[in-house]
Structure formats: structure tokens, C-alpha cells
Design a binder for this molecule. Structure first.
Ligand code: C5P
Length: 222
């Protein structure tokens, strides 16, 4: 398979999504936000009244997830209509629910083919936790993006405040550290850098500087 893939993995709120989407835009590549698939699996399971601890039941949902990506909006196709769930799946509660279902190996397996189906010409930029370690092990460029927990919490805080939420940086930092801890300590595809990943700490970088670094690395692989 020669279709190029760039992987961007890293902890919660490290800026993976923004960096991966910008990289895809710059290169004219497709973009996959794999976290959405875990968020949706949990969302649909909760709606169906299932327990998030029931790995087999959630995997069944994940196997035929009725998801449609349209630009940066995310839709669930129900019998009658398509429902825009973009906001509903972005809450920290939905993130924690995603983290819970993502620890089940059956759920991870159920989403493999779907994730790989995004690998289409002219290329793909994929972000998540295991893009470089499990889903696209042959990717030409793997980036592990980090930032200090405080930087990540401050950025997330700014986003939330601008949307009218009230919360504190400390509360956010605690929530994201708890989710990272879960993601790093699970047995199935734990969050960790691939052996051949390039580490990028963006604590003191602007988004443009991070993007330039990625494009530099990418050109170095060609
Ligand atoms: O990236 P995002 O915050 O949307 O991911 C939500 C959760 O989904 C993560 O905390 C993680 O548990 C899970 N996830 C995963 N593997 C991926 C992407 C997300 O386990 N490739």
C-alpha cells in the first residue's frame, strides 16, 4: 500500500486535531479524527441503554457505526434523518465515555477497517492515540505531539470560556490527566509514542511553528 499516511498521536488536548487538520489542508490530503469514532461508539451505546463495560455489545455498535463526515461536522444517520452530533460528542463527559469503551480490545478491532478505509489518494493525515503504533504501522511519518499538562489545560480552558462555559484550569487539568492515565495504562493499544515517532512538544510553539516542523519532516521523508 503506497498511499502516504502521516500519523499524529498524543495525549488529550495536545493540539493533535488542529495540527493534523492543518497539515491535511496544506498537503491536500484527507483527514481522519479517530477519536470521533470512539466518542460516537460510546454515544450510541449510551443511547441504546448499553453499559460501557460491555465490550462485545459496544463492539457490535462500532462495527456498523452510521457515521458521516461532512466538512468538520459529524452526523449520525438514523432511520429518518441525519443528526448533527458535532457538539454532543465533544464534551469532556463524552471524552471520558470514549476512553472507557476504547479500552475494550473488541471495540478497537471493530474500528480498524473503518479507520483504514480513510487511506485514500492523494494521502491521509490521521490523529489519535494509536495511529502510528497499531492502525498505520507503515506510515511514512509519525508524530507524537505533547505539551505540558498546564499548557493543555490552559488552552482547553480558553476554548471552553469562549463558548460560554464556566470552569477552572485546575479542574480541566485534573480531568485531562485522569483521561491520559486511563489511555496510557490500558492493555489494548495504550497511548505511547511509536518507536519511530518524532517527538514534538508544542508547549512553547505557535501553531504555525508546529505546522512548519511537520511539513519539514514530511519533505525529509520524500
Ligand atoms: O482524541 P479524543 O479526545 O477525541 O479521543 C477520545 C478518547 O478516545 C481518548 O481519550 C481515547 O481513550 C480514545 N481514542 C483511542 N484511540 C484513538 C483515538 C481515541 O483510544 N486512536
Amino acid at each position: 500500500d503506497q498511499i502516504p499516511v502521516i500519523c499524529v498521536d498524543g495525549p488529550t488536548a495536545s493540539g493533535k486535531g488542529t495540527l493534523a487538520a492543518l497539515t491535511a489542508h496544506r498537503l491536500g490530503y484527507h483527514y481522519l479524527d479517530s477519536g470521533v469514532l470512539y466518542r460516537l461508539s460510546a454515544f450510541v451505546a449510551l443511547r441504546a441503554g448499553l453499559s460501557l463495560d460491555d465490550g462485545e455489545a459496544v463492539a457490535q455498535i462500532a462495527r456498523s457505526l452510521p457515521v458521516r463526515f461532512k466538512g468538520d461536522r459529524i452526523f449520525l444517520a438514523t432511520e429518518e434523518a441525519e443528526e448533527d452530533v458535532s457538539e454532543a460528542i465533544r464534551t469532556e463527559i463524552a471524552g471520558m465515555a470514549a476512553s472507557r469503551v476504547s479500552a475494550h480490545p473488541q471495540v478497537r478491532n471493530a474500528l480498524l477497517d473503518l479507520q483504514r478505509s480513510f487511506r485514500q489518494l492523494p494521502g491521509l493525515v490521521a490523529d489519535g492515540r494509536d495511529m502510528g503504533t497499531v492502525v498505520f504501522p507503515d506510515a511514512a511519518l509519525k508524530i507524537y505531539l505533547t505539551a505540558s499538562a498546564l499548557h493543555r489545560a490552559e488552552r482547553r480552558h480558553k476554548q471552553l470560556i469562549s463558548k460560554g462555559n464556566t470552569t477552572t484550569i485546575a479542574a480541566i487539568q485534573q480531568a485531562l490527566e485522569a483521561r491520559d492515565q486511563r489511555d496510557m495504562s490500558r492493555k489494548a493499544a495504550p497511548l505511547k509514542p511509536a518507536e519511530d515517532a518524532k517527538l514534538l512538544d508544542n508547549s512553547d510553539l505557535t501553531i504555525e511553528e508546529s505546522l512548519d516542523q511537520v511539513i519539514d519532516w514530511w519533505q525529509g521523508t520524500r
